[in-house]
Ligand binder design. Structure first.
Ligand code: 1CP
Length: 346
């Protein structure tokens, strides 16, 4: 690793250094709250076209970096490019969430294949390559993927869900069958993340956005085990690449997640008690988080106060400032500017 790279504040925090002013980036920092994003989005026919067009994906990745000077850029893509690349076509219809033809049995898995994974995802790797050249020297580049459980929920439900009854039901009734799906997604995800590193990603984040609906047994089988496999596969090839896990909603199971997956950092959702996290997690991994996106939406004194509380409670160990979940699309861009000022000492 050369000098410039190891001096990036974001990478230093991930290696366990305690910085005076924490590095800062925001989940979903590129997206609909930015007028410059909406303009580009308005010129393409579908959301996935944006993800698969390197020139445009690079541009929307850079937009929030230019505006706010965040310490890290996150590749612009989506967690659902993986099922799309496995052969389960994903559609984003206007004003609605993602749609897929659901897979609900082992027989349904016949449509999925690893054969064309990298060919299909080549435009994403090209985006990473271009970003690694174009980013400012002090800005780190984050690659990412969904965790197998969260990706599998979309594959089984066929869309976003509230209770994940089909995915959980399959896992509870036929764990052997469901693990065939999880294993396939795990293998694809590990290979996908390795390619992102080869293309220039310096950090990886694994989004397990729906981990919080799992019971302890399910969490161990569908969140911890697949994530641990991905981390060990990536680290076998790239031992120095830091991995951030985000088991959103996992509560006190964050502790087992940290102990058993091998991640270097965890992103805390907004419900996590800060003192508990500082005490139980921060001596083992770097922490990232966890301002409530609703406070960023509303701004003003309630936001400032909570930012200062987070800095006070988590700023004593290795820490990266972030939200507890993605930016809400109605968020005024000036509230984000204010957040940056307050975090950086304003
Ligand atoms: O047309 C549009 O602009 C669609 C909105 C959008 C955007 C901007 C979607 C659809 N995905 C994205 C980008 C995206 N998705 C990024 C880009 C980088 C950045 O953070 O700036 C990332 C990291 C994701 C990850 C993602 N996609 C997650 C995990 C994180 C999270 O927010 O929980 C999940 C669950 C998805 C699925 C997804 N993609 C898009 C939508 C609307 C959804 C959620 C559907 C649902 O509610 O279940």
């Amino acid at each position: 690793m050369n000098n410039t790279v190891s001096q990036k504040p974001f990478l230093r925090a991930l290696k366990g250094e305690n910085l005076k002013s924490p590095p800062l980036w925001l989940m979903r920092q590129a997206g609909r709250y930015l007028p410059e994003y909406r303009e580009i989005r308005g010129n393409v026919s579908g959301f996935l076209e944006l993800c698969y067009t390197p020139e445009l994906a690079v541009e929307v990745t850079l937009q929030p970096i230019r505006r706010y000077g965040f310490d890290a850029a996150i590749l612009f893509s989506d967690i659902l490019v993986v099922p799309d690349a496995l052969g389960q076509a994903v559609r984003f219809e206007e004003g609605e969430g993602p749609k897929l033809n659901p897979v609900r049995s082992v027989a349904d898995l016949d449509i999925l294949s690893l054969d064309r994974l990298h060919e299909h995802l080549a435009p994403v790797y090209e985006t990473v390559r271009r970003l690694s050249v174009e980013l400012p020297d002090e800005t780190a580049l984050i690659g990412f993927a969904g965790a197998p459980w969260t990706v599998a929920t979309y594959m089984v439900e066929g869309k976003g869900s509230r209770d994940f009854a089909n995915a959980r039901g399959w896992g509870l009734q036929d764990p052997e069958g469901f693990s065939k799906l999880i294993d396939l997604v795990t293998e694809a995800t590990a290979a996908y993340l390795c390619r992102q590193v080869e293309a220039g990603a310096e950090v990886l984040q694994i989004f397990d956005s729906w981990a919080g609906v799992l019971s302890e047994n399910e969490f161990e089988k569908w969140a911890i085990e697949p994530t641990a496999k991905i981390v060990s596969t990536v680290k076998a090839r790239y031992p120095d690449i830091p991995v951030i896990g985000f088991p959103r909603g996992a509560g006190i199971l964050y502790k087992r997640y940290v102990a058993e997956t091998g991640v270097d950092a965890v992103s805390l959702d907004s419900t996590m008690p800060l003192d508990w996290a500082a005490e139980n997690l921060q001596d083992k991994v770097a922490l990232q988080g966890n301002l409530d996106p609703l406070l960023l939406l509303g701004g003003g004194e309630p936001m400032d106060r909570e930012i200062r509380r987070i800095l006070d409670r988590l700023g004593k160990g290795p820490f990266i400032f972030n939200l507890g979940h993605g930016i809400i699309k109605e968020t005024p861009p000036e509230n984000v500017a204010r957040l940056v000022d307050v975090v950086r000492g304003g």
